[in-house]
Ligand binder design. Structure first.
Ligand code: NI
Ligand code: MN
Length: 234
């Protein structure tokens, strides 16, 4: 998309190579992620890792990936940043922030936005408070802007994300049960007005039954709905 190379690893996890060659991973769940094709489990060196929330299907491999990519800088909410530090990820490798804030990563502007979900971190059989879940708006060096919703239900303030940041592509969970399904995602499309919508977070587990085809039917041609398969490049 606009000189930005996006690869869908599976579930909610993507790698992105920016037009200037920076490599970003969104939601570090790779080795344990059953959706990721084997040949994509070995990650090329990363510059940045964005974490939407503390559920294991988003953060599950964060500590291991931090160890394997010592140059990578992690972006997450404040509470999760402290948890990562406690797990041995150096403070210099983690940027803790909160909703409404923007960090400039070598010219890539990353803004943390709201998500309507929960955020407990599974830690040795117990749930640790992980702050609030979030989504990210990422504005690349060349102006291309995407919105990764993380896990969320639809919320009407998605209209603010459109008003403030005008993302051209929206990555939305559609599987249902733990997040919105196609019905709610179609409403999210109305609020977001992004010309291209990428469906994610479906069919990784049998309970996530919402399908891109169903969202496409509900969108009725108003938005371009993409339903990439794990390993697909956008
Ligand atoms: Ni979740
Ligand atoms: Mn999830």
């Amino acid at each position: 998309m606009r000189d930005t190379e996006i690869t869908y690893l599976g579930h909610a996890t993507f790698t992105i190579q920016s037009s200037a060659g920076k490599r970003i991973l969104i939601d570090p769940w790779v080795q344990g992620n059953p959706a990721v094709p084997e040949h994509l489990k070995r990650l090329a060196p990363l510059d940045y890792v964005l974490i939407t929330h503390g559920h294991y299907d988003h953060i599950g491999d964060a500590v291991e990936i931090a160890a394997a990519h010592p140059r990578a800088v992690f972006v997450c909410n404040f509470e999760t940043s402290v948890w990562l530090n406690a797990k041995g990820v150096p403070e210099s490798s983690v940027i803790g922030m909160n909703k409404g804030g923007t960090v400039d990563l070598d010219g890539i502007k990353v803004t943390m936005v709201h998500a309507d979900h929960s955020c407990g971190i599974l830690d040795e059989g117990k749930i640790v408070y992980g702050g609030d879940p979030c989504g990210y708006v990422v504005a690349f060096e060349n102006g291309f802007t995407l919105y990764h919703a993380g896990d969320t239900n639809v919320f009407s303030d998605m209209a603010l994300i459109h008003e403030l940041y005008r993302p051209e592509a929206a990555f939305l969970p559609i599987g249902g049960h733990y997040t919105m399904g196609p019905r709610e995602a179609a409403k999210a499309c109305e609020f977001l007005q992004a010309p291209t919508v990428i469906a994610m977070h479906h069919h990784t587990f049998p309970i996530l039954t919402g399908s891109p085809e169903e969202l496409e039917r509900l969108a009725a041609g108003r938005w371009r709905i993409l339903g990439p398969r794990p390993g697909d490049r956008l």
